[in-house]
Design a protein. Sequence first.
Length: 601
Amino acid sequence: MAPSSLPYHEPPLTYTLVLASFLLALNMVNAVLDRALYCGLVGQVLVGTAWGAPGARWLSSDAGAGVQEAVVGLGYLGLVLVVFEGGLATDVRRLWKDLGLAVGVAGTGVVMPMGFSFVLGKLGGASGLQSFAAGAALCSTSLGTTFTVLSTSGLSATRLGSVLSTAAMMDDVVGLVMVQIISSLGEGAGSGGAEEIAPTTVVRPVFVSLAFAVAVPVVCRFLLRPGLRVLDRKRGKDGGKGGKGEARVWRVFRMKEAAFVVQTLLLIALVVAASYAGVSVLLAAYIAGVLVSWWDAQRGGDDEKPASACVPGQEVTSASGDRETRLPEDAVTPETPGSATATAQPVSKISRYTGHEIYELYYSQAENRVLKPFFFASIGFSIPVSKMFSGEVIWRGMIYTVLMMVGKLLCGLWLVRLPVSMGSLGKVFRSFVASRYHEISSRIRPRSSKSKPKPAAAHGHGLASQPGAASPEATEMSSTQTTDATAPPDPTAEGERHAPKLPAKPVSLYPSAIMAFAMVARGEIGFLISSVAESKGIFRRADESESDASELFLIVTWAIFLCTIVGPLCVGLLVKRVKKLEKASVGPRGARNVLGAWGVQ
């Protein structure tokens, strides 16, 4: 019979010291690496490996029984909040504008690793099913790593951040669909073949994810927005002077506590609905954040209203952020010389809190100090370090890692802008065709003109021999030269002649390089897919024992681990270089935007 309660007892000192050292190490390593290279998450993964089951096993000892499972659960909650924060930082208009580009980036990030994974057939003796499972594990992109890198580097609100977050989300959806496919493939293989897999196993997750991603924006567009307009029109007719009960309701909804409750309920509702519908929970968290961002954009025009339009007794926020209550007009004190500054402000701001402000106020500290570090530490828990250092596994894992990096680095080609436009290419093509035509025609004309006299040429020669005669072309050229000689030099033309027409190539390649290396990190989804494939026996050969990890699983783990480490590290180095260039280019007009249009917020 289960106990009716959990007796309280003082935990052992070693247990307390292990937890304290674990939290301190996670935050200290994160602070140092973030300041140096903008990649503190790499250190947190290594700390999780050192403290967890792959390393010293401090969190899996008898004193800390169940701690690793609790850290994994809290870390997943941190992942949901990280993705929700990424949705809050997304500009909806920019998202729709760059949706096609994001689809191209995501498609490249899925197709190329899947294709390169079939090299395992010759590299490690893998079958087609095993190569497909390995490619499925390496086609995903770590959402937690992506959003953490964007927020740490300050690129979340840029066009580059919007495209990157959308592409990573699409890869994540594909990866989670792959989880179900791999699970079904394993069950089919175990029961006599993969032919027993139902088509709905593959089709259902894809269409449900698309339906979920489309249904929420449609509801907002055709139901929520018209409802807002009707509500605003109703409030505008009575000037916002409803009854006392109505005024009290609006005052309550403008409180930050109410905004926190509404946003939290929205996040929970979408996550639960997605889980029961078979959709990625992370996709639901991202859509919830985007929905809150869209709401803030729709209501942004009402943030500032004239002071005369404010309801008497209504709670407002001053320019400094202080909350205050506006008194009725008959209760305003007469103007004094000392209050001239206060009465000169014609606009007051209604105390409406944005989703990002609510997130910073209620979620940020717990997420940044506890939940997010736990998530990256939980990634370190799943790395079987003690079994990865055999000779064949190391060199095969390195080669496979290089292939998987190249497959994701190709995503950056979508952001490369060549210095030659389509118009200039058309001009070059037309000039080439014209030159070929004149060359061919010049070879044909002399043959046809040998048999015919040239009266015009002789006549022209006679005219040219006369001393006072001059051709119209010569007259025009001489007049043009005289005009050019007497005209003053144009400084604008000189500046355009000597000014460089193309930007420096290294500067233009920074956005594509950041995009490419940010897509490299696999993280949690890659480990999840590879673990499912290993547990279903897909990676295991017939001559390998079930008690040990399979060789293919260790090779795939090498690739996931190194990609998760190298990707954020390279992004951090690139961002550090970009910020250094921006500081070095500070002038009278401000700092230069090294990322160009991709760095515009």
